[in-house]
Design a protein around this ligand. Structure first.
Ligand code: FAD
Length: 491
């Protein structure tokens, strides 16, 4: 019986080796492994996995195609709902979404939906490409005996019934090229709209490009390809355009003929602790540290934009961003400490990320809270002064709140401090656009469909929810695309 087959394990780079390079940690499945894993799916009549996916990926359908060896068919099914399958197969928190709802997970191990999605996307891309297996940092070698199939990634998916627009090509502006913007733009382009994405940075992708490190999401091989697929749908991407500075939403709508706007500008404004010494050289926000590495390629010797991490780095925080910053600093050659005020049980990061980080040699200083950054006479960081904590009563989040232990202050000598304490939306757009309301936390006010308080302007992703996930941002982008389509048909 299909569900008697144990979940197929996935191959990974050895922790000691990968701690010294930026190549991808996880190799993904080969064809044989993927087909075996696909055969475990029970093809449920009421697929809970699908309901749990914010973009409504038709999971049992694509897995059924894959189980029959029809990888092209599987890719076509995925393309109906997602333009970023190789990304989502790598970075989605499947354990709390599709896989978290898989029936097989009740008594055993759920189907490895994410790894299967990744396999289909990678296999299709590699066979469609000119030199599929030459570049490092992506899926492991395909099994020998795999003859090349006449396979290309489907470029334009089927239009959902009733949504294809009859109107002439009306112009829609999408602000931000992260997952929310890309998903919104893809759907609108499929329905015939003339879509332009405006991106502040010099490269498209949002956090996928500047935040998530190369060793979790290869940029040139994986991300670039999926963004190209969005371009091939007809979406124009204009980089180096800061909406609110280069041009405003008002002028896009009043002077440049855009009939609707989608704001997917994310939540890129970092938080700091407000403790003394945070202005010393050597204190970074995780966003800056990761941007310098990922977008400005500080880790590559052939780039002239290096970063000084030093011999010892303290990363403050316990989420996924903290893990990414810590593992990046480790690969730059530093001894890295995660400084977190609660215990390991409360770490908000994905278990898999914590596991990978500790396997690679990250040191976890739990129940520890910084109170001051100490600098030298030249203004550079030399230590992080901390206090020991203990857990008290649960706070409003339900987690036991950390309480300082009096007299327990101590110093951790360090050259670099990276603050990974969360982010909020940048206020630039809301400050420069008439009629856009924001919440107390600085997020844009929007309905479930994505309509903001300004007619014709829609929003979704982290700009509305605050820092969340790739797939939630994509789901919000797709929902808003439907609302924009409906709005433009009425106006
Ligand atoms: P973003 O991805 O932030 O994209 C917004 C884009 O808008 C950016 O490119 C920005 O430059 C652009 N922009 C902003 N202002 C303007 C302007 N005024 N004009 C023009 N352009 C503008 N989620 C997961 O699901 N899995 C993970 O493993 C994961 N890891 C993460 C690791 C890190 C380091 C970080 C920071 C986040 C991670 N997340 C992860 C969260 C996830 O990446 C975000 O929730 C998601 O990217 C949000 O998508 P978005 O499109 O709303 O915004």
């Amino acid at each position: 019986m299909a569900n008697r087959i144990p979940r197929v394990p996935v191959r990974e780079q050895d922790p000691k080796v990968r701690a010294t390079n930026f190549e991808e940690v996880c190799y993904g499945y080969n064809k044989e492994e993927a087909l075996l894993e696909a055969s475990r799916c029970l093809n449920c009549k009421n697929p809970r996995c699908m309901t749990a996916c914010p973009v409504g990926l038709q999971i049992p359908r694509f897995i059924a195609e894959l189980a029959q060896g029809n990888i092209e068919g599987a890719a076509a099914v995925i393309a109906e709902d997602s333009s970023l399958p190789a990304v989502c197969g790598r970075v989605c928190p499947q354990e709390t979404q599709c896989e978290g709802s898989c029936v097989l997970g009740v008594k055993g191990e759920p189907v490895a939906i994410g790894k299967l999605e990744r396999f289909v996307a990678d296999y299709s891309r590699e066979l469609a490409g000119s030199s599929p297996l030459e570049t490092s940092g992506c899926a492991g070698p395909l099994p020998s005996g795999d003859g090349p199939l006449p396979l290309t990634m489907p470029r334009v998916a089927r239009f959902p019934e009733g949504t294809a627009s009859q109107s002439p090509r009306q112009k829609v502006a999408v602000i931000g090229s992260g997952p929310a913007g890309l998903a919104c733009a893809s759907d609108l382009a499929k329905w015939g709209y003339d879509v332009t994405i405006f991106e502040a940075l010099h490269k498209a992708g949002g956090v996928l490009e500047y935040g998530i490190p190369e060793f979790r999401l290869p940029k040139d091989k994986v991300l670039k390809h999926e963004i190209e697929e969005v371009r091939r749908l007809g979406v124009k991407i204009e980089t180096n355009v800061i909406i609110g500075r280069t041009v405003t939403i008002d002028s896009l709508m009043d002077k440049e003929g855009f009939k609707a706007v989608f704001i997917g500008t994310g939540a890129g404004l970092p938080k700091f602790m407000g403790i003394p010494g945070e202005n010393y050289n050597g204190v970074f926000s995780a966003n800056e540290f990761l941007t310098r590495n990922n977008l400005m390629k500080a880790w590559r010797e052939d780039y002239l934009t290096p970063i000084h991490a030093g011999k010892k780095v303290c990363v403050v925080g316990g989420g996924n961003v903290a893990m990414d910053a810590a593992r990046t600093a480790l690969r730059l050659g530093a001894e890295v400490h995660i400084v977190y005020r609660r215990t390991e049980a409360e770490l908000p990061a994905r278990r898999e990320e914590v596991h990978h980080a500790s396997e690679e040699g990250i040191i976890f200083d739990m129940l520890t809270n910084p109170v001051e950054v100490i600098g030298d006479e030249r203004g550079w960081v030399k230590a992080l002064k901390c206090v020991k904590m203990e857990l008290g009563e649960p706070d409003e989040s339900g987690r036991r709140s950390p309480v300082p232990i009096e007299g327990s202050e101590f110093e951790i000598p360090t050259e670099t401090v990276i603050m990974a304490l969360g982010t909020s939306p940048n206020p630039l757009i809301s400050k420069t656009t008439k009629g856009l309301e924001i919440t107390r936390r600085g997020c844009l006010v929007a309905t479930e469909e994505g309509a903001t308080t300004r007619p014709g302007v829609f929003a979704g992703g982290d700009a509305v929810t605050g820092a969340a996930t790739v797939i939630l941002a994509m789901g919000a982008g797709r929902t808003a695309a439907k609302a924009i389509d409906a709005y433009l048909k009425q106006n």
